[in-house]
Design a protein around this ligand. Structure first.
Ligand code: AOF
Ligand code: ZN
Length: 366
């Protein structure tokens, strides 16, 4: 039986926050529940960047019943004047809330503890940390982008048990089953960008949109294509969603103009043969892209990993083996000599999608 306690209300706030995953852009997802004398009197979630904060919406619903109430918030109430509203901590004080339970501190340098301090100064009891890890996990992309200015990158790949992403002839549809593919489209919905290399565009001509049994949000499609070799007829350039192609400074100006005339954004990153991926991440972060789902192929996966730009890995293993000398693998890079120098994933969890198994982990140091 579910007990009625602080955790019950914080979990409700977290569930509301989680429902907005993928729709707040570079902003965090936040939920708020206001409880007065054992009754829920206000509910709120931040649903869109530039629109109301969770606390404001919940307090609007609570009205005068906020006086003396407890507010459960999944993220520290803000202490800065944002896009739309004055600081949430001032609003909580003005409404006469007597206790605030906060899951996690806001890493935004403009807030970072000031919201909590301000509430305490006003004599409000503030308890911090309840289900904090869950709140932090929900906002892992926000937490990185607000501090470092570059996107949080989740590398996702479907693989055979022998680590291949295609057969020796290049055939790749499909490796995993329907449930896993639905999970991948849900991942697309939850990321602001989806990134692939030109090799994947040439081999599969993917559309890179979100297709589910209900409408989902399409991420911005990002193609790493040093020489602008992409065909102007590639499906990824259709107008279903926005597309950014990243090339080097040397790539042909006429081809860039042709792509831009189709509505595609061309970014130039790096002076060498290859795209400077670190610079690309800085530019994308500055453009307001806070999370990217990296869908390969092996060369781009390897390069992103080596550059230390991958924050999280999701490997979906299908119970199949294809062998085949030279069959493309999920990670193509000059690996280490010794097993002890392998790239290790930490905080590993496993999840089942039908007959496929998804291993999630964080590269060492992340
Ligand atoms: C809260 N409650 O529901 C959210 C908060 O651009 P703005 O005005 O929406 O401000 C965005 C910043 O506010 C964001 O970077 C984060 O620090 C905080 N988000 N804070 O008290 C909310 N969404
Ligand atoms: Zn706020």
């Amino acid at each position: 039986m579910d007990l009625l306690n602080d955790e019950t209300y914080m979990r409700l706030a977290l569930n509301m926050a989680g429902a907005a995953s993928g729709q707040t852009g570079v902003n965090p997802v936040v939920g708020c529940v206001v409880v007065n004398e054992g009754r829920v009197v206000g509910l709120g979630a931040h649903l869109k960047r530039g629109e109301g904060h969770a606390e404001v919406l919940a307090l609007n619903m609570a009205g005068t019943l906020a006086r003396g109430a407890t507010a459960y918030v999944t993220l520290e109430p803000c202490s800065h004047t944002g896009k739309l509203t004055p600081p949430c901590c001032e609003r909580l004080i003005a409404e006469g809330v007597s206790r605030v339970v906060v899951a996690a501190k806001d890493p935004n340098p403009l807030v970072a503890g000031k919201g909590i301090d301000r509430l305490r100064e006003a004599g409000i009891q503030v308890d911090v940390g309840l289900l904090g890890d869950e709140s932090t996990a929900l906002n892992e992309a926000f937490n990185k982008h607000i501090v470092h200015g570059i996107p949080f990158v989740t590398l996702k790949t479907a693989v055979t048990l022998d680590g291949r992403i295609a057969t020796r002839t290049g055939h790749s549809r499909w490796i995993t089953g329907e449930k896993a593919r639905e999970a991948v489209h849900t991942m697309r919905h939850k990321h602001q960008g989806i990134m692939v290399g030109i090799g994947t565009i040439k081999a599969d001509d993917p559309e890179l949109t979100t297709r589910l049994s209900v409408p989902g949000i399409h991420p911005i499609r990002i193609v790493v294509d040093a020489k602008l070799a992409i065909s102007e007829h590639a499906r990824v350039l259709n107008n279903v969603a926005d597309t950014i192609v990243i090339a080097t400074e040397h790539a042909d100006a006429d081809k860039a103009a042709l792509l831009e005339a189709k509505g595609t954004t061309v970014l130039r990153c790096g002076n060498g043969d290859r795209v400077d991926l670190t610079q690309a991440m800085m530019k994308l972060g500055a453009m307001g892209i806070g999370s990217i789902l990296l869908e390969g192929g092996g060369v781009l996966n390897g390069a992103m990993l080596k550059a230390g730009l991958v924050d999280k890995v999701k490997l979906i293993y299908a119970p199949i083996i294809v062998g085949g000398e030279g069959a493309p693998s999920a990670f193509e890079f000059a690996g280490p000599e010794k097993m002890s120098d392998a790239l290790r994933l930490n905080r590993v969890t496993m999840e089942r999608f039908g007959d496929d198994w998804c291993m999630t982990g964080y590269p060492e140091g992340k």
